[in-house]
Design a protein around this ligand. Structure first.
Ligand code: DP6
Length: 358
């Protein structure tokens, strides 16, 4: 057996963009969603995390990780500003992975080793807190990194992780307890999450690009955990679970059939419904900026008139995600830039989930 003595590892995990949204929780302790969700895994919009074994207690260091990959899309790494609460939450998750991995690994014949503390450095290729799901990528990266260092045999871990979907999904289940949306960042391009399970969805869609229209990179005022709580007190919450379940089934059929047009309308309705929940909560709030509304208006026209409209959605932030076939990416970028000169656009493609870099 190739016992692990490498006490350091670098991993990267992508963000994902949900078309069917996880919004509202049914179990706070297990972090279970009230309804199923479905997302496209991204690639270069990601978190890179370096984890090093140390003698003292685990800590998070606000520095660039070593061994970071370079990005061809012009993206560069930025170290996020974590609040005390954010650091505490991440360290609690590190302890959770350490606590749950032995049992989880055991089912796959993988042994764990004693791990002292960890020093963790993370950076994102996108501004955090702006609706590009940084908690999805950062929790997925930390889950994979801690799990890999816990394995007695790193070679066996890597082989299992690359070949065994069940093993990947067991890590995704641990990750979900840290941050729900992170459980959809372990495979791709299309991933469904329902109750405790995640799976890859069959699809006939062409490879898609995600154009992120960066209306603002100011940090959001209402975090998504708070949003999950407030939406339950909107009058529009009634009937929401049944509507989402129906959309969830419909989108899976549309993906299987490669019906992007139908997926565009369904995703539009779902994104508007989530934001309407925010706007009508008992403590109402909005993520929209004036330019978000201008762009939404433009795309409502596109959706009505274009034979091949893009999939347009928004997460918990002011920015819009525009999903188009890679073959049409340049043409859509041109159109959007002509209509909204000076608007920053981050470009990414669909991907296959979290991976070990070094
Ligand atoms: C709006 O995964 O950030 O991005 O489980 O509390 O960490 P926690 O919530 P989080 O919620 C993300 C919600 C969303 C929609 C989605 O990604 O499905």
């Amino acid at each position: 057996m190739n016992k692990q003595n490498s006490q350091q590892i670098t991993v990267r995990a992508p963000s994902n963009i949900a078309l069917i949204k996880y919004m509202g929780k049914s179990d706070l302790a297990l972090n279970l969603a009230a309804s199923p969700s479905l997302s496209m895994t991204l690639k270069d919009l990601c978190t890179v995390t370096e984890l090093k074994e140390i003698d003292g207690p685990s800590r998070i260091v606000a520095e660039l990780p070593g061994g970071a990959p370079s990005f061809t899309t012009g993206l560069s790494l930025q170290v996020p500003r974590l609040s005390e609460k954010g650091i505490h939450r991440m360290l609690a998750h590190v302890a959770r992975v350490q606590g749950q991995a032995p049992e989880s690994f055991g089912a796959f014949g993988l042994k764990t080793r004693q791990l002292k503390g960890l020093e963790i450095r993370s950076a994102n290729t996108f501004p955090e807190g702006t609706g590009i799901a940084s908690s999805a990528s950062s929790f997925a990266a930390v889950t994979l990194g801690v799990a890999a260092l816990l394995a007695e045999d790193l070679g066996q871990f890597k082989a299992l992780y690359s070949k065994n979907q069940g093993f990947r999904r067991s890590l995704s289940q641990i990750s979900r307890q840290g941050s729900g949306s992170s459980c959809r960042s372990f495979e791709g391009p299309w991933v469904a999450w329902k109750d405790e399970r995640t799976w890859a969805c069959e699809s006939k869609t062409p490879e898609l690009a995600d154009l992120v229209l960066l209306v603002s990179d100011a940090h959001k005022e209402v975090g998504s955990s708070e949003a999950h709580r407030r939406v339950l007190e909107s009058p529009l919450w009634e009937g929401r679970v049944a509507r989402v379940e129906k959309r969830f089934e419909e989108l899976q059929v549309q993906l299987r059939q490669g019906d992007l047009r139908a997926a565009a309308l369904l995703s539009w309705q779902e994104a508007w419904e989530m934001h309407s929940l925010f706007h009508t909560a008992r403590e109402p709030f909005t993520y929209w900026a004036p330019q978000s509304m201008e762009i939404l208006k433009y795309f409502s026209e596109v959706l009505r008139t274009d034979a091949h409209p893009p999939i347009v959605t928004m997460d918990a932030g002011p920015n819009l995600h525009v999903l188009v076939p890679v073959a049409d990416e340049a043409a859509w970028t041109r159109k959007i830039t002509e209509r909204f000169p000076g608007l920053r656009i981050l470009r990414d493609h669909c991907g296959t989930g979290a991976e070990i870099v070094l």
